[in-house]
Design a protein. Sequence first.
Length: 356
Amino acid sequence: MTDAEILFDHKGSLGLVTLNRPKALNALTLDMIRQLDPQLRRWADDPEVKAVVVQGAGDKAFCAGGDVMKLYLAGKDDKEGRSHNPTIREFFREEYVLNRLIKRYPKPYIALMDGVTMGGGVGISEPGSHRIGTERTLYAMPETAIGIFPDVGGTYFLPRYPGQLGPFLGLTGERLKAADCLYAGIIDAYVPSAKLEALVEDLALSDGSADAVQAAIDRHAEFPGEAPLAAHRDAIDHCFGHDRMEDILAALAADGSEWAAGIRAVLVKMSPVSLKVTLAAIRRGAKLDFEDCMVQEYRLSQSMLGDDNFYEGIRSVLVDKDRNPRWKPDTLEAVSDAEVERHFKPPAHGDLRFTN
């Protein structure tokens, strides 16, 4: 391995991508995005490359998210300048263009989600044609804990998970292992990490067709065990089927179970603005195509990083690590419908646009 943050290689019929920041849990930087996007486009036009495999270096993470510390540093001391800060604009714009490229990729795109897969890591795996989990997979969309919302396509994918699993995952940031990921449709197959190398060898020898890729995966796939989430599915569908956060919390309180009390305790620690914006975005995303969801998410990213809650969330989780954020407002009741709607308006510098 080299010091490069992202590595590209050919292996038989495959284009092979390795996210190479294991000490940072392979967190996605803007430089990595700027290398991955054009490489994927070149491989799309290369007849020698039949499929693409994306993996993370090390044994802990596929990709733990985007480089939120860089965004935090870019805007924390410049409230007036956040709306035109190039780092904030460019990171989200270029990341979302990459997410859309993966969603529309013309060749099989296989993500090996071996380890932590959160935030931005979901954005470069979930849109792909084939998502593989292992016993080390740990999936989450934890954005409401840092004052933002589940992006990178989250407002498209979350409402399309079965029942109310999407709102549940997007609002709580619940962490799932492979069995639950398979149950929810987040991954397509479970392959033990010890068998991934053999899977890649099989894929490299295949003709890269969708049928051949699926056959190779099927040869290595195993049953990950029963999904713990299934035991709470009725409660999830009942409690998270409401369109108001206040009603979700009331339903959890009325449930009376220890599980519901625990989930409610998690939710009341999250940013009230993030909770209301996230729920609204997921409900709207159910009726939008992928591109329109990404336009919606770009609006939300620019607006929410213009406010203080993101910087307070990062301070409490990653900087001071006191886990005691001071949200503004600090109650759901204080977040008006008008405040929620404000975040869905186009930014002054214009909407996200796709050129190809």
